[in-house]
Design a protein around this ligand. Structure first.
Ligand code: GYE
Length: 318
């Protein structure tokens, strides 16, 4: 109780100094959060984590869903600036085009935290910290599994790739990390690569097109579970066996993905954790107080084989 009071008193001084206005007097913190959308199981789990963590840490959350549109996120951020929230957090749908609105936040002295996805702004003083995964490393992990799995063969390996949302950090980086690793051996050929916008429906649609124009696909690399799950429907619809005729690698490790992995329909999943809420709230409290925080906070993650999925599945929360 006493510790809580002390923290509240400190916050009160700090937020007055930071210029954020709404909670300045009583030490309460209001966060404006602009979410990407509701495109995937990962996103749903991430939203829940942020909302629950805000509640638990006593932070008032103003939440908006941008439906995968940058213009909606820019509008939301501008409205948070007008409302004089104490801190803005957002997960940028694409990497480019944020400098103007981030400068507006800085001019209003409202600290900004990037969560989940990065921006490509050269001026890193536009935000306080970036909390999220290392997507290039995730792509590398996917590539390493593939290289090891096809270790014993010199035959060409035909790969199709379902990319995430065009221009998003996870799509750019998961593609780059994967290409870097498989690029060392010319037997690996990416014969088709297109966006499926991180959704199940688009994943299915694009995989159907891939199957029509490419009779000989050995591997699917999908930038998230949802697109992989949509693609599984397309593969089964074409009379092929997912996980056998076509090996499948995905990223995320949400429950539905893990179930498909345990069932043998997916071969390998690279984990990407959506549970960023608690760390985000801790960082928010610190930046509102004016404390220095690390410029980059990387999420800890693992990988799952089919056997590991069977063990992990009963305790999987999302
Ligand atoms: O992998 C995907 C979601 O930005 C890490 O966005 C996130 C990605 C995640 O739609 O499922």
């Amino acid at each position: 109780m006493l510790a809580g009071l002390t923290a509240a008193a400190l916050t009160s001084c700090g937020s007055g100094g930071s210029g954020g206005a709404s909670g300045a007097d009583d030490g309460s913190i209001t966060m404006g959060f602009s979410q990407v959308g509701a495109e995937s199981g990962w996103r749903t789990a991430n939203t829940k984590s942020v909302q629950e963590a805000a509640k638990e840490s006593g932070i008032t959350l103003k939440f908006s869903d941008a439906q995968q549109k940058q213009e909606n996120q820019i509008k939301a951020i501008r409205s948070y600036i007008q409302q004089k929230v104490d801190v803005i957090a957002f997960s940028p749908v694409v990497e480019s085009g944020w400098d103007t609105v981030l400068k507006e936040a800085r001019d209003a002295k409202i600290p900004v935290i990037l969560t989940d996805r990065a921006v490509d702004s050269k001026d890193t003083t536009l935000y306080k910290t970036f909390l999220g995964s290392d997507f290039v490393e995730e792509g590398r992990k996917a590539g390493k599994w593939l290289v090891e799995s096809f270790n014993n063969s010199t035959d060409p390996v035909n790969i199709v790739e379902l990319q995430g949302t065009t221009g998003s950090a996870p799509a750019n980086d998961r593609k780059a990390g994967f290409a870097e690793v498989i690029g060392a051996d010319p037997k690996f050929k990416v014969i088709a690569s297109q966006t499926g916008d991180f959704t199940r429906a688009k994943g299915k649609e694009v995989m159907e097109a891939f199957l029509k124009s490419n009779p000989d696909i050995d591997v699917l690399y999908a930038h998230n579970d949802d697109m992989g799950l949509g693609a599984i429907e397309a593969i089964e619809g074409a009379g092929k066996v997912p996980g056998k005729d076509i090996k499948i690698i995905t990223v995320d490790a949400v429950k539905d993905g893990m179930q498909a992995l345990a069932d043998g329909k997916i071969n390998y999943i690279v984990e990407c954790s959506p549970l960023l809420g608690p760390q985000l709230m801790d960082l928010a409290k610190k930046v509102v107080k004016g404390e220095t925080v690390p410029a980059r906070v990387v999420t800890e993650e693992t990988t799952f084989t089919q056997e590991q999925a069977k063990t992990a599945l009963p305790n999987r929360k999302y």
